[in-house]
Design a protein around this ligand. Structure first.
Ligand SMILES: Nc1ncnc2c1ncn2[C@@H]1O[C@H](COP(=O)(O)OP(=O)(O)OP(=O)(O)O)[C@@H](O)[C@H]1O
Ligand SMILES: [Mg+2]
Length: 295
C-alpha cells in the first residue's frame, strides 16, 4: 500500500505515467474502483491497444510481483492452480514401504509435494501481487468455472489440504481480445473496461514517454498518421507497439518531419503493416495523401 487514503484517479494516472504507461481518465477510474472494491478488472480490446501492459505498469507502480497466467486452449487446473509432484510422491511412497498406509498418504499429500501454479501462487504471496490472467478468451469455457472461486473469494480448495485463503488480496487484471464470448458469471465478478486505440494526443504522449528524445512535433505527426492509417481498410490494424517501432525506426534514420521524408516513411511501413495485402493497399500515393493531412 502506498498510502492509507485511496488515491484519486489523477494520482493513479500520474503514477502510471511515472512508469511509462499513459492512461486516459476512464482507465484510471477503472483502476481506482478495482482498488476500492478489491475486484478483478477485465480489460477488453483489440490487439495492441495496451491491455497486457496495464498489469505490468500496475506491478511497477506498486513495486510488487507480477504473476502471469497466459491462457490457451486446453489450459486446465494443473496448469493454472496446482498439481501434485507425482514423481516425488512415488519416490516417497517407495521409501516408506512397510510404514502405516494412512500416514504415508497424509505425508505425500502435504505441502512439500504441492506444485503451485499462478493462481495459487498469487493468493499465497505475503505482499499483494498483480495477477495477470492474459487472453482469457483463449482458454475454454470450463476453465472459467474453476477460476471463479479464485476471483470471487480469493481462495483455492484443495481436497487433500483444505481451503487456502489469500493472505493479501491480489490486484487481478484479466485481458480479452474478444475472440469468444465470456461467461456471464465471469463478467459479473469483474469490473469492466473497454480499451480502445489511443487518440492522437495520447498516442503522441506514449511516444514521448517511451522514446525519450523524440521531437514533439514528429511524435504528433506520427500519431496523426497512424490514426489515418488505422482508418484505412486493413486486414491487421497496427497497435501501439507498431507505432513505437515505427517511430524508433524513423528517429533512428534521422527523420525529423514526415512531410520532408516521404520516401523513408513509405520504406519503413514494414514496421506497421504486417500483411502482403496491407502493404499493397497502402501504396506511395496513399502515403502522400495521408501525409498531406497530418503535416
Ligand atoms: N498507454 C500506453 N502507454 C505506454 N505504452 C503503451 C500503452 N499502450 C500500449 N503501449 C505499448 O504498446 C505495446 C503493446 O501493448 P500490449 O502488449 O499491452 O497490447 P495488448 O493490448 O496486450 O495486445 P495483444 O492483444 O496483442 O496482447 C506495449 O509493449 C507498450 O510498450
Ligand atoms: Mg496482450
Amino acid at each position: 500500500m502506498l498510502d492509507s487514503q485511496p488515491p484519486d484517479r489523477q494520482t493513479i494516472a500520474d503514477r502510471l505515467a511515472g512508469v511509462g504507461y499513459v492512461a486516459d481518465g476512464a482507465l484510471a477510474t477503472a483502476l481506482q474502483l478495482m482498488d476500492l472494491l478489491q475486484r478483478p478488472l477485465l480489460i477488453e480490446g483489440e490487439a495492441g491497444v495496451g491491455k497486457t501492459e496495464v498489469a505490468k505498469a500496475l506491478a511497477a507502480v506498486h513495486d510488487t510481483r507480477l504473476i502471469r497466467l497466459q491462457c490457451h486452449e486446453g489450459l486446465d487446473r494443473a496448469d493454472a492452480l496446482y498439481e501434485w509432484n507425482y514423481q516425488r510422491q512415488l519416490l516417497a511412497i517407495k521409501t516408506r514401504e512397510g510404514l502405516d498406509a494412512d500416514e504415508t498418504e497424509a505425508h505425500v499429500f502435504s505441502e512439500r509435494y504441492l506444485l503451485e501454479r499462478p493462481l495459487l501462487a498469487a493468493i499465497r504471496q505475503p505482499v499483494a501481487p498483480v495477477l495477470l490472467i492474459d487472453e482469457v478468451d483463449r482458454a475454454d469455457e470450463e476453465f472459467e468455472a474453476f477460476m471463479l472461486e479464485v476471483l470471487s473469494d480469493f481462495q483455492v480448495s484443495i481436497p487433500e489440504l483444505g481451503t487456502i485463503t489469500a493472505t493479501a488480496i491480489p490486484r487481478v487484471v484479466l485481458t480479452s481480445n474478444g475472440t469468444r464470448e465470456l461467461s456471464d458469471a465471469l463478467r459479473r465478478r469483474c469490473l469492466y473496461h473497454a480499451l480502445d486505440f489511443p487518440d492522437v494526443e495520447r498516442e503522441a504522449r506514449i511516444l514521448l514517454a517511451r522514446l525519450p528524445g523524440i521531437d514533439t512535433t514528429l511524435a504528433l505527426q506520427i500519431a496523426r498518421l497512424i490514426e489515418r492509417i488505422r482508418k484505412e481498410e486493413l486486414t491487421k490494424t497496427p497497435g501501439v507497439a507498431e507505432t513505437l517501432d515505427w517511430a524508433a525506426a524513423l528517429v533512428g534514420l534521422g527523420v525529423t518531419r514526415l512531410d520532408e521524408a516521404r520516401e523513408t516513411v513509405f520504406e519503413t511501413l514494414a514496421c506497421v503493416l504486417k500483411t502482403r495485402e496491407d502493404r499493397a493497399r497502402i501504396g506511395r500515393e496513399v502515403v502522400d495523401r495521408l501525409i498531406g493531412k497530418v503535416a
